[in-house]
Design a protein around this ligand. Structure first.
Ligand SMILES: *Cc1c(COP(=O)(O)O)cnc(C)c1O
Length: 355
């Protein structure tokens, strides 16, 4: 049976978007393709409130996380860790032999401006990695404040943002916040099938990249730049997904960005209120995510059992991540889901659990 996905990726994909993916194939060196990339790129710049370059990589987000940290630093990177995904960026930095330190907070807590200040003061760093929305814990880090501090006190430090589970669901002002790299795979808040990553890169991050000798090739910005002006990519792009993305961006912009941010907050507030009443919220209340809520399983229900029952009714939620399995469960309210979808889901859970 078809299950509507209330999991933090891949998310529910509307039929119109699935169909947009089935358009006839075009050659990636043909003018039809250049027209497509030339059309979709300004729409993505609008989404991110930026005049900087936005690249499309045929890769899941992890590839671009690794590729971007490889070309960010000639000195030392500070990796901030507040859960499984931010930890992965640290592991990638280590695996590539890049000098780095980690600033870690316990799961459920946020990375704060004070902690970043204290950590950056300790050594000669020139890049920082931050996860905007830590999907494993349901915490949203205060990126604008952290970025403002870095610009004021550590102007050399490039700001790399994993926005995989927030971009296109929560407002990110790339230029106003002064970000340098901000990336997201399209299977989360963009509500597309997986396989494509959107990545905004500042001019100063592109300049830094040129100073890094072992920056790799596939994800290197200067490689992308060779064909950026002609709206192509060095390797074969994920054409079907870009066709679907172009349609999705039209729909997103037509219904309005502010409306999209507000809908995500409205869905989050409904889930939080329900969780407070029936269970408890896992993360620090001051930094709750707009796109996914991590609910503490205070009733000791079987999360796996709940999901089995939900499957019979055509829905799926997520268990807790890693060690939080069965101790928590996560309800994603991202992408093209609506307030009505969320109310329906919570009604089903109430009915199953007898709440
Ligand atoms: C899903 C997710 C990732 C991993 O993305 P892939 O597309 O699976 O590589 C990284 N970071 C965050 C915050 C995520 O939610």
């Amino acid at each position: 049976m078809y299950k509507k996905l209330f999991i933090p990726g891949p998310t529910h994909v509307r039929d119109e978007i699935l169909q947009a993916q089935a358009a006839p194939m075009i050659g990636h060196r043909a003018k039809e393709y250049s027209a497509l990339q030339g059309e979709v790129t300004p729409k993505l710049q609008q989404l991110l409130y930026t005049g900087q370059r936005v690249y499309l990589f045929a890769s899941s987000s992890s590839g671009v996380m690794e590729g971007s940290v490889r070309q960010a630093s000639t000195k030392k990177v500070l990796n901030t860790v507040c859960g499984a995904f931010s930890k992965r960026w640290h592991q990638m930095t280590v695996a590539n032999g890049i000098p780095c330190d980690r600033l870690e907070v316990p799961m459920g807590q946020a990375i704060t401006t004070d902690l970043v200040d204290e950590a950056l003061a300790k050594d000669d760093y020139d890049a920082i990695t931050l996860c905007h929305n830590e999907t494993s814990t349901g915490v949203m880090n205060p990126i604008p404040e952290i970025a403002a501090l870095i610009h004021e006190k550590y102007p050399d430090v490039l700001i790399l943002i994993d926005a995989v589970s927030s971009m296109a669901g929560s407002k990110i002002e790339f230029d106003a916040w002064g970000l340098d790299v901000c990336l997201a795979g399209v299977q989360k808040c963009f509500a597309l099938p997986p396989g494509l990553t959107v990545c905004a890169v500042s001019d100063r991050a592109r300049e830094r990249s040129l100073q890094v000798s072992n920056r790799g090739l596939y994800f290197a910005y200067d490689q992308m730049d060779k064909r950026y002006e002609t709206h192509q990519t060095p390797a074969t792009p994920a054409i079907s997904l870009i066709q679907a993305l172009n349609k999705q961006m039209d729909d997103i912009l037509a219904s309005g960005l502010e409306q999209r941010w507000a809908r995500h907050i409205a869905m989050a507030e409904i889930v939080r209120e329900w969780a407070r009443k029936n269970f408890a919220l896992y993360g620090d209340e001051r930094y709750l995510s707009n796109t996914v809520t991590n609910v503490e399983n205070t009733r000791g229900i079987s999360v796996a059992g709940l999901n089995q029952e939900l499957a019979l009714r055509g829905a799926m939620i997520s268990n807790g991540y890693g060690d939080l399995k069965e101790k928590c469960f996560r309800i994603a309210h991202m992408g093209d889901l609506t307030v009505a979808d969320i109310k329906w889901l919570l009604g089903q859970i109430d009915d199953i659990l007898g709440l």
